[in-house]
Ligand binder design. Sequence first.
Ligand SMILES: Cc1ncc(COP(=O)(O)O)c(C=O)c1O
Length: 430
Amino acid sequence: MTTPDPVSTTSAITRANCEQRDANDPLRDFRDDFLLPEGTIYLDGNSLGPRTKGAAERAQDVIADEWGTGLIGSWNSASWWDLPAKLGEKIAGIVGGGAGSTVVTDTTSINLFKAASAALKMQAEDSPDRRVILTQRENFPSDIYMLEGLAEQLGDGYKVRLVDDEEVTAGFPTTMSDEVALVVLTHVNYRTGRLFDMGTTTSAIHAGGAMVIWDLCHSAGALPIDLTGSGADMAIGCTYKFLNGGPGSPAFIWVAEGLRNRFSQPLSGWWSHARPFEMDPDYQPADGIRRYLTGTQGILSMSVAGLGLDIHSRVDMNLVRAKSLALSDLFIDLVDERLADHPVEVVTPREHAHRGSQVSIRHPEGFAVMSALIERGIIGDYREPEVLRFGLTPLYIGFTEVWDTVEALRDILDNHLWDTDAHKVRGAVT
Ligand SMILES: Cc1ncc(COP(=O)(O)O)c(C=O)c1O
């Protein structure tokens, strides 16, 4: 990584001023809970959160003691069987879900399939003519694919309709109708960082007679969420981004209290049975949250994910939100001020009420520019078309790192350092 100028002479914002803000940051001690390689500025915690400090030790305990010594007895003695619910309690505390509302299990895509199919079944009982599922055109594609797969399985007129983000923010003035059974919305757009208001959007959907499932992949652990207060029906999300669960760590599913015992899903494996060890050939769903489960879970991954959830359970999410907005304000101001001579466009909304915890900018050579930044140890990522994403994670990112990132960008753009063959080669994952 190059060392930027210690103090800017042309800008109202200075590096020294950023250092001062870091020194006064009430969240600064949380940085010690994470392990990051020396000299790296990690702005990709919205994709894969960095390692928690105790992760290796926790994994070692599970392997050596719980698995190695406890063997199969650890399903009881180490509470492996209860991990989905135990971790679910921690998530519920972070997203305002209430006690006994959430389990950690499977992937976000699989949990969406379970939740959407349970919601459509409820609607088929109450309002059988409603067969349309609305979701954002700009939703993370896996959500759209899962919903289309489900609609195809159901046949019988079920279909998915895509809506623009503006239509969602406006409360569905042109797309809500008595055909709509379900709306599936990602709370923060993965590409642009646009945030949707959960309370008012949920009310608009309910007023139209539809149910709503929120995908919290880009908001759980990033900002305060009040699932119960918002009146939402169901929610899903992952633990490996802002919640630092580890690569491929299991996802979660939350269901509103009044719907819990009506939740009936097609992936009705034995973990969701009322009495799984009776080995009864007849299926009978468990009461409450266990009925959202399917089968045996990855205990190693779950155990490590617990550490990230413990950190987030200790933190005041209002402080996280305040710092996140301050970091993204700084990022946007610096882009406006320091990159004004370049074809760079901020695509993240400038209004706080519509902004999640990332800044995305567009540049015609976005992929190569990001590659040049990564070469310097500043890690963000790239999403088509032309979007450079920078995740802002207040527990381990500071104001000085934002300053250094924009200065590195300026150097790369001013001096065309992105314009090499090496920076144009794409790996399987961008
Ligand atoms: C908003 C959103 N939804 C769903 C997914 C898919 O998650 P999974 O691969 O765990 O199924 C992702 C993955 O990044 C995502 O960002």
